[in-house]
Design a binder for this molecule. Structure first.
Ligand SMILES: [Zn+2]
Ligand SMILES: [Zn+2]
Length: 212
């Protein structure tokens, strides 16, 4: 699969290649391809490069495959706190650039995917284990076709991008570590509960610790 770049990434733009993104995610799939297109289109629209820390923030309205492409390509990751998942089950990603204050909302349109109905039917069979060899081969063949298509279609056939105004998302907080009065393990203070004047972690709180 060749999307305008080689295995070492796109040296013209510095974006990660789709092949590298597939290695990160574990497999090539339409969701990953959609996230990949969305991530690059958003970075181009905002004129930003892969952020080292938190200048770029992504808000994902799905928790599916595409999120991995967004994390890998844009550097907006769960661990850095600049990836916010609001799982509404929609293939929509909003990107906010803290430097410029600009934001774009990227909607993935899959309306003219003719293979979609067949693929959905087959998916049910494949994932419930009732597909025969032929059906499952057809399913993976369609997946491959759709994925390749998503990578080469003109951007306006795959995405709708609009500039939006949003409030800057709250920055990731740095937590102080304290010792849980229940289990004795270190825990971020913002995640503790106070019981009888003692701070305990959430699992201990749920177990009714500290008991006296
Ligand atoms: Zn996937
Ligand atoms: Zn505890």
């Amino acid at each position: 699969m060749n999307y305008n770049n080689n295995d070492k990434g796109n040296s013209m733009t510095g974006y990660a290649s789709f092949e590298e993104t597939v290695r990160f995610h574990g497999h090539a799939c339409p969701g990953l391809a959609m996230g990949y297109r969305a991530a690059i289109a958003a970075m181009e629209a905002l004129g930003v490069e892969r952020p080292k820390d938190e200048e770029l923030v992504a808000i994902a309205e799905t928790d599916a495959c595409g999120v991995d492409a967004v994390q890998f390509v844009t550097g907006c990751t769960a661990g850095k706190g600049n990836l916010i998942i609001r799982d509404y089950g929609k293939h929509v990603f909003t990107f906010f650039d803290r430097k410029s204050g600009r934001a774009v909302r990227v909607l993935i349109c899959q309306n003219d995917m003719r293979e979609r109905t067949e693929m959905d039917e087959l998916r049910k069979k494949v994932f419930t284990g009732i597909a025969d060899e032929q059906e499952s081969a057809r399913f993976y063949c369609l997946m491959h076709e759709v994925t390749e298509n998503l990578l080469v279609l003109p951007v306006d056939r795959v995405l709708k991008i609009e500039e939006v105004r949003i409030e800057p998302p709250i920055k990731a907080r740095i937590f102080t570590s304290i010792t849980c009065a229940g289990c004795g393990e270190p825990v971020a203070d913002a995640k503790t509960r106070t019981v009888k004047g003692k701070q305990v972690c959430i699992p201990c709180f749920e177990e009714g610790k500290p008991e006296e």
